[in-house]
Write a protein that binds this ligand. Structure first.
Ligand code: MF3
Ligand code: CO
Length: 285
């Protein structure tokens, strides 16, 4: 593969190179994609994102407690809005690029970006992803969980469990001064070993000062490719794993809902992480 060199990391004018500068510049000169300096969060920024993550986790814990068969996804949306606002925060999805609700609710063959609705009722046997993103004092956090409603078939249950393992395995594959591709490679292997496929068209992302920042965190790929992982980077891992083929399409009626082409179920789990000197730390526990 040939790629035009990208010189993201620049020395600070008038200052001597640090060991970190030397390490990153060396890898950049070898042709690796490295972060720009502004992707390395300060300790203050990381604390801000962590506080945002506490509210985000509170939302998901509330949904976990309250979710039940027979309720509508609009009820979930109202709980997310009320909890978030009463904790001094803002639901990041609301009005984001025109998204009309405070949370994404994605049932069965809906991969992601499902829009809560009064007409959509949780049924026995459904699996649902609730994807919550929070802005607190300008800091963004982002996490999602799967919930199983009533008696879920063993096939769907296994999809939910393997997808959770994919997130955990991806997290463990991410090492300081490793690469984003190490994460995707580990996730893809685990998904495919279990007979599933990894959605290609959507990925994880840098997060913190904006909803979506660099890098793109693909959930498939080759080791040693993609952006260098440097301590202080904050990003999501959020594998979408399909029971059948990986192809997806967007519902043309609402312009948001992403569905599997083959109509088979899809699952997703997500956390926001900070890279440390020793590995990833979860900011949305
Ligand atoms: N929470 C999603 C993510 O993980 C983004 C949803 S965008 C929205 O990146 F507008 F649909 F909310
Ligand atoms: Co995300």
């Amino acid at each position: 593969m040939s790629r035009r060199k990208v010189y993201n990391w620049r020395p600070i004018k008038g200052q001597p190179l640090t060991e970190l500068d030397k390490k990153i510049l060396y890898l950049q000169n070898k042709g690796h994609l490295v972060p720009s300096r502004d992707l390395i969060k300060t300790p203050e920024q990381i604390e801000g994102i962590r506080r945002s993550g506490v509210v985000n986790t509170g939302v998901l814990d509330l949904i976990e407690k309250e979710i039940h068969e027979g309720m509508t996804t609009a009820q979930i949306d109202r709980m997310v809005f009320d909890y978030t606002v009463s904790h001094g925060a803002i639901p990041a999805p609301l009005n984001y690029e025109g998204f009309p609700k405070s949370v994404c609710t994605s049932i069965n063959e809906v991969v992601c970006h499902g829009i809560p609705s009064e007409k959509e009722i949780l049924r026995d046997g459904d699996i649902i992803n609730v994807d919550v993103s929070t802005i607190l004092d300008g800091y963004f956090s982002d996490a999602s969980r799967m919930f199983m409603i009533g008696n879920v078939s063993p096939e769907k249950r296994r999809l939910v469990e393997v997808t959770k393992e994919c997130l955990e395995i991806g997290m463990e594959a991410a090492k300081p001064f490793g690469f984003v591709g190490d994460i995707g490679n580990a996730i893809q292997k685990h998904a495919e070993k279990n007979g599933y496929s990894v959605v290609r068209d959507l990925c994880g992302h840098g997060v913190g000062l904006k909803f979506h920042e660099e890098p793109e965190v693909t959930h498939f790929g080759r080791k040693g490719t993609g952006m260098l992982l440097v301590p202080g980077m904050v990003f999501t891992i959020e594998p979408m794993i399909n029971m059948g083929r990986y192809d997806v399409y967007i519902d043309s009626d609402d312009g948001w809902t992403v569905l599997t082409d083959d109509g088979l179920p899809s699952a997703q789990w997500e956390h926001t992480f900070v890279m440390t000197e020793t590995g990833l730390e979860i900011l949305t526990h």
